[in-house]
Design a protein around this ligand. Structure first.
Ligand SMILES: NC(=O)c1ccc[n+]([C@@H]2O[C@H](COP(=O)([O-])OP(=O)(O)OC[C@H]3O[C@@H](n4cnc5c(N)ncnc54)[C@H](OP(=O)(O)O)[C@@H]3O)[C@@H](O)[C@H]2O)c1
Length: 356
């Protein structure tokens, strides 16, 4: 009998808890340039849920294994004539499908076949919980701060949802680079936490005016660089608060998190501010970056992230483990306000799963 794996499969687009099924499938064989990987941990990102709902920047052919961002595990076999990581080596797989044309591989399964050019060996001292989150959020933070905005020491960087995983990584990276951060949060009780975490200044949209506070903090020179993952009116206020010539890179739309109303997926900019103060609002999407970057450049950037994590410049929150069969609970946890840590599917033997 051929070996089988367990996989969380979405039978169609819809609410993740309704459309996901735990299925058995044959373990695939790697082709040339591919490795077979035994997955040990894989996160549940907001974007994974958007993909299953059919509301993301690329579409799946259903039925499809869920999870399209990243995972960690060990190489168990290599395809014919394939160099790269050794069998037995622990690797991170950046599964993010490149747009346009990239091939989507679901990570919410026990084994998968991966292009070896997307595999990055990771040191043993990095836990599975951290390593499985290495590719998406830390890479996004690095690219936003250093490549998209080229933030310089002494400059201010304004960011929204500062308590998010990406937000905290941006704070850590900026401290390392000498860039000062103004951090926007939506809850008063997050303010002290973000200051203690290393944010230079914090603005709480629950009870403060964003533009006025930015002016108070940055003074007459103002702020010229911002990243926003909230969009909607908050994203518009960020653009409004920037100094003339300023630019904001929008990389998420948390204010319309479940995207049930497409008309709400807007950023109502002030035309006067955009025109007369010559501001820029542009997007960033890691999938598109992977579509443009060469495999060598992508691995180089991932290696840079791995080094920053290994050197403890960046620390990745541990995450909360769930076994595959508790997917409904894991998905609900991912969308609970103020849930703090990120849910991860941790794939161990059945005995270990019972202990989670
Ligand atoms: N464009 C790209 O390539 C790319 C790559 C990576 C991530 N992203 C995006 O980056 C964003 C953050 O991801 P993550 O994994 O770091 O998130 P996360 O760790 O799950 O954290 C979510 C955070 O967002 C805050 N939040 C949720 N809804 C909000 C709202 N309506 N207004 C203000 N804050 C809100 C939450 O605040 P509370 O603590 O108050 O609940 C929490 O701090 C997501 O939109 C994700 O899709 C984009």
């Amino acid at each position: 009998m051929s070996p089988t794996l367990r996989a969380l499969v979405a039978v169609e687009a819809g609410e993740p808890a309704d459309v996901l099924r735990l299925e058995s499938r044959p373990v695939p064989a790697p082709g040339a340039g591919q490795a077979l990987m035994r997955v040990s941990a894989t996160p549940i990102h907001a974007s994974d849920l958007h993909v299953l709902r059919g509301r993301y920047g690329f579409s799946l052919d259903f039925p499809a294994v869920g999870g399209h961002m990243e995972c960690v595990g060990r190489v168990t076999a290599l395809g014919p004539d394939t160099a790269g990581p050794e069998v037995g080596e622990r690797v991170v797989f950046a599964a993010i499908p490149a747009v346009p044309g990239g091939h989507a591989v679901g990570t919410w399964q026990e084994y998968l076949v991966a292009d070896t050019r997307r595999l990055l060996p990771v040191p043993d001292r990095l836990s599975d919980f951290s390593a499985c989150q290495l590719a998406v959020n830390p890479l996004t933070a690095l690219l936003l701060v250093t490549r998209e905005l080229d933030a310089e020491p002494g400059e201010w960087l304004l960011q929204t949802a500062a308590g998010s995983t990406v937000g905290r990584l941006i704070i850590q990276l900026c401290r390392h680079l000498g860039v000062r951060t103004i951090n926007v949060v939506r809850r008063r009780d997050a303010v002290e936490e973000i200051k203690a975490f290393g944010g230079d200044a914090v603005i709480c949209t629950e009870d403060e005016d964003l533009s006025r506070r930015v002016a108070e903090i940055a003074g007459p020179a103002g702020v010229r660089k911002a990243v926003d993952c909230v969009a909607g009116p908050v994203g518009a206020q960020v653009s409004q608060a920037l100094a003339p010539g300023g630019e904001v890179v929008v990389y998420g739309a948390l204010s319309t998190h479940r995207q049930t109303d497409p008309a709400a997926l807007t950023i109502p900019l002030q035309a006067r501010s955009v025109i007369y103060e010559t501001k820029t609002v542009r997007g960033f999407w890691l999938n598109r970056w992977f579509g443009i970057a060469s495999p060598e450049d992508a691995l180089r950037a991932l290696s840079q992230v791995r080094r920053l994590v290994a050197d403890e410049v960046l620390s990745i929150p541990q995450g909360r483990p769930f076994p595959l069969e508790r997917f409904a609970e894991a998905v609900a946890f991912a969308e609970t306000p103020a849930h703090g840590t990120k849910p991860l599917f941790v794939l161990r033997d059945d005995q270990a799963n019972e202990d989670m």
